[in-house]
Design a binder for this molecule. Structure first.
Ligand SMILES: Nc1ncnc2c1ncn2[C@@H]1O[C@H](COP(=O)(O)OP(=O)(O)OP(=O)(O)O)[C@@H](O)[C@H]1O
Ligand SMILES: [Mg+2]
Length: 364
């Protein structure tokens, strides 16, 4: 068992609080992604787990053993640092072999493992080069090979894909996940990219100002953000501030809730959790449809004009300036995948969404 438990872990640098209080359990063989904006404490947390940064307070255990005071060399962890940290005077192969030599493995065994690790990251042909002769992405892959080659109990990855191009990033992401699952490696993967976190992790931990903002399986965190911060960070395009009110929606739909937006219009809500006072309706662009003509049933419908359109391959995002004063984003399938023809700037549209769409979240 190599589950990792952080119990109220904190790190202060003088008056700066890098990590305020992190409590978290990473199960044996689980891949947890630490996600959050720059400066929220991801790297500091990871470095505390690895033993490179001493804790100000709290406790870290691995497989039930308190490792808080152990040096990195006694934690059997593999790391990929945010800045690679390769030894500049060693070749690629020597860099990868370093950890194995420290463990006093035999020549032949080291050679086999180094060759295997370099093949895995597609750098077999680069083994005799020095780090300065490699691109950033290649250095990152050497760092990954070096972390994996020691067969660690715990793998710590700090933005391991940040310097790779889009296709290599996609490949390496899958590669890391497959290796991690095949080896049953307990892994903490730091990233600020929500797609990367969602597509690789068993669980996602969103950090904000040195604390856990929200944690859970990607699908749950994605569909049920609990705060405006979480919703915004997870790419919810429409964050509409306002407050809930009871309202009569008419005989055909019965009573429901209303949402008095700060911008003015009152929206229909159905099936949302109740939040007292100021709150935010978090509505994904995918939940908003654009059309012309009349609204149907009890849906919300605001008329407006297309102010901006951005192309995203399978979708087009339209920013609609509504007459009611709300600016809304609608994510519509692109014409190439069965969506409607592209709408021109200034086109008149009706932005519509169902009363049960979106989630209500706290304002903070
Ligand atoms: N050695 C240090 N001395 C003082 N402050 C530090 C030190 N290391 C980190 N900090 C501060 O602690 C906070 C958290 O930093 P950290 O590197 O953990 O953030 P991060 O989430 O990894 O950000 P990024 O996404 O930019 O890498 C930041 O405000 C940072 O300035
Ligand atoms: Mg960092």
């Amino acid at each position: 068992m190599s589950d990792v438990v952080l119990d109220r872990v904190a790190k202060h640098y003088g008056a700066t609080v890098a990590v305020e209080s992190m409590s978290l359990r990473i199960g044996s063989g689980e891949l947890v992604a630490l996600l959050g904006p720059s400066g929220c404490g991801k790297t500091t947390t990871l470095r505390m787990v690895g033993g490179f940064v001493p804790l100000s307070s709290g406790l870290i255990t691995v497989g039930g053993r308190d490792v808080s005071a152990l040096p990195p060399s006694r934690r059997n962890m593999g790391f990929v640092f945010q800045n690679y940290a390769l030894f500049p005077h060693m070749t690629v192969a020597q860099n990868v072999a370093f950890g194995l030599e420290m463990r006093k493995l035999g020549r032949a065994e080291i050679e086999t493992r180094v060759t295997g690790a370099l093949e895995r990251v597609r750098l077999g042909a680069f083994r005799d080069r020095y780090p300065r002769q490699l691109s950033g992405g290649q250095q990152q892959r050497v760092a990954l090979a070096r972390a994996l080659v020691v067969e660690p109990d715990v793998l710590l990855l700090d933005e391991p894909l940040s310097n790779l191009d889009a296709s290599l990033r996609q490949e390496m992401k899958i590669e890391i996940r497959q290796l991690q699952q095949a080896l049953g490696l307990t892994t903490i993967f730091v990233t600020h990219d929500q797609d990367e976190a969602m597509s690789t992790a068993d669980r996602m931990v969103l950090m904000h100002r040195g604390r856990v903002e929200q944690a859970g399986p990607p699908a749950e965190v994605y569909s049920r953000p609990r705060s405006a911060f979480a919703a915004g960070f997870l790419g919810v395009a429409n964050l509409v501030p306002g407050r809930m009110t009871r309202m009569d929606t008419g005989s055909d739909t019965g009573r429901g809730d209303g949402f008095v937006t700060r911008a003015g219009p009152v929206l229909r809500l159905r099936g949302h959790r109740s939040i007292q006072g100021d709150c935010v309706l978090a509505l994904r662009g995918e939940e908003v449809t654009l059309r012309t003509g009349q609204p149907a049933g009890d849906e919300n419908a605001l008329s407006g004009r297309v102010a901006l359109a951005t192309f995203h391959g399978v979708a087009i995002e339209y920013h609609v300036e509504t007459e009611a004063g709300l600016r809304l984003v609608a994510r519509v399938p692109a014409p190439g995948v069965g969506g409607p023809e592209v709408m021109a700037h200034g086109a008149e549209v009706l932005a519509c969404w169902a009363p049960d769409a979106g989630v209500l979240v706290a304002e903070t």
